[in-house]
Design a protein around this ligand. Structure first.
Ligand code: AMP
Length: 216
């Protein structure tokens, strides 16, 4: 299964992707995670990306496309993958279609995770991530047992640079302007599926699986 996950920042794409990985045994390719790793490693690409990411803008298409192309050609992607946070605009979607057609491995589905705007803001400003194991928490919905400390590994919890309020507003605006049009893009190509992204993680996941496995 080759799947694109669509949805605003905070819609829970990453969370659902993690559950899909376990069920379908295919990797998640998150361009945000790949870029954050480059930032953490202090590579030249990471240094360039950090400035853009902290403003809530999109990293140039050329950089992201190179990262994705390299990744989908790896061996663990031969049975499929979940693209999370990519494509982010029409140019990326067109480039992805071309790349996958050349590889004769077109996408099967684009799944849009739909969450109302008010919920998104709380989810994003409340988000905390473990520095060591990347486990995510939310101070409103799913706090760690001990403030600032990861339940799983005892690591320190932090707020991502791009989860600050001004950056979040910018990221939501960028989503509306550049990424939301992809919903129509995939609808026109007949591979769009939509799931409501509210409720418990497990309820949403159940709906995700039903929708992905339905023939329509
Ligand atoms: P995410 O974790 O997917 O919300 O991504 C965090 C940030 O990484 C975004 O706000 C962008 O600055 C950058 N980023 C992630 N994926 C892409 C992409 N496909 N195209 C351009 N920038 C991206």
């Amino acid at each position: 299964m080759r799947l694109v996950l669509l949805g605003a920042p905070g819609a829970g794409k990453g969370t659902q992707a993690k559950k899909l990985i376990e069920k379908y045994r295919i990797p998640q390719i998150s361009t945000g995670d790949i870029l954050r790793k480059a930032v953490a490693d202090g590579t030249p690409l990471g240094k360039e990306a950090k400035v853009i990411m902290d403003k809530g803008e999109l990293v140039p298409d050329k950089i992201v496309l190179g990262l994705v192309e390299e990744r989908v050609k790896q061996n663990d992607c031969k049975n499929g993958y979940i693209l999370d946070g990519f494509p982010r605009n029409t140019a990326q979607a067109e480039a992805l279609d071309k790349m996958l057609n050349d590889l004769r491995m077109p996408l099967n589905s684009a799944l849009s995770v739909d969450v109302p705007k008010d919920d998104l803001m709380k989810r994003l400003t409340g988000r905390r991530t473990c520095k060591s194991c990347q486990q995510m928490y939310n101070i409103y919905y799913s706090p760690a047992k001990k403030d600032g400390v990861c339940d799983k590994c005892g690591g320190e919890l932090f707020q991502r640079g791009d989860d600050k309020e001004a950056t979040i507003k910018r990221r939501l605006h960028v989503y509306d302007a550049q990424t939301a049009p992809l919903i129509n893009y995939y609808k026109e190509r007949g591979i769009l599926k939509t799931v409501k992204g509210i409720g418990s993680i497990d309820e949403i996941f159940k709906n995700v699986c039903t929708i992905l496995e339905s023939k329509k």
